[in-house]
Design a protein around this ligand. Structure first.
Ligand code: BTN
Length: 252
């Protein structure tokens, strides 16, 4: 059960970093690290994650799910997508807010980011493989409390719902949604998870610009999410590319 072992802290540098240390020390499947504040919260692509005290949810979930080595790469590709799906569903269940997922794992309301996910792993190719799913959900931060550079592009549950929400209730719902979908995926219901993800994914059908890891950019229409979790983009020159890693921008 996710959260049976729960580490709650007032302040840590990063819950992901602490969860990885615990994993390396043999912490069990389902260990969850939560911190009220992070002093060095980490985002995707080396970015910083704004993590002030008393406002938002910062949690990292350790998964050790006995995945055969041949299936581990697929599992690693899907954990971030499943975490995004679970986060979006939890916010809807608890606060009644509808959000969408920008591929691969940004949770958005309109064009503003509500939550982000950073997944990290160790022991790939061994029976000891561990995956850390780190989730940052903006819960009670008010618009004026965001730093200038985030004010126009980020949002929170409280901003959208017009009142504060209990972070513990959101965490509990998130753990339940995440656990159910991880188990379904590994039990062979890959197609159902893909369908559920696609229904929530605002990127599919959009014109996109994708900044690839190597510094290249491609532009076109996002056609679908593939069974391996990649984003299929039909480029303007008629070619099709399956993007595995990149920063996606919806363009009009
Ligand atoms: C992103 O760039 O969108 C991903 C942000 C992930 C932030 C969360 S907060 C909890 C966990 N600990 C971290 O240092 N990062 C993740």
């Amino acid at each position: 059960m996710l959260g049976r072992t729960l580490h709650v802290h007032d302040e840590v540098p990063s819950t992901n970093t602490l969860a990885m240390t615990l994993a390396q020390d043999g912490a069990p499947h389902g260990t969850v690290v939560v911190a009220d504040r992070q002093t060095a919260g980490r985002g995707r692509l080396g970015r910083h994650w704004h993590s002030p005290s008393g406002k938002n949810l910062h949690c990292s979930i350790l998964l050790r799910m006995n995945v055969p080595t041949a299936r581990q790469p697929l599992w690693l590709s899907w954990v971030p997508l499943i975490a995004a799906l679970a986060t979006s569903r939890a916010v809807q269940t608890v606060a009644g807010l509808k959000s969408s997922v920008k591929w691969p794992n940004d949770i958005m309301i309109a064009d503003q980011k509500l939550a982000g996910i950073l997944c990290e792993s160790s022991g790939l190719g061994t029976d000891e493989m561990a995956v850390i799913a780190g989730i940052g959900l903006n819960v009670n931060i008010r618009r004026e409390e965001f730093p200038d550079e985030l004010r126009a592009i980020a949002t929170s549950v409280a901003i959208e719902a017009g009142r504060p929400w209990d972070r513990t209730a959101l965490l509990a719902a998130l753990l339940l949604e995440f656990e159910t979908r991880c188990e379904a995926f590994l039990a062979g219901h890959h197609g159902d998870i893909l369908t559920e993800y696609m229904v929530r994914c605002a990127t599919v059908g959009q014109r996109v610009r994708v900044e690839l890891a190597q510094g290249n950019t491609l532009q076109g229409r996002a056609q679908s999410v593939q069974p391996d979790g990649s984003l299929r983009v039909a480029q303007d020159d008629g070619t099709t590319t399956d993007v595995r890693t990149g920063d996606v921008f919806h363009v009009r």
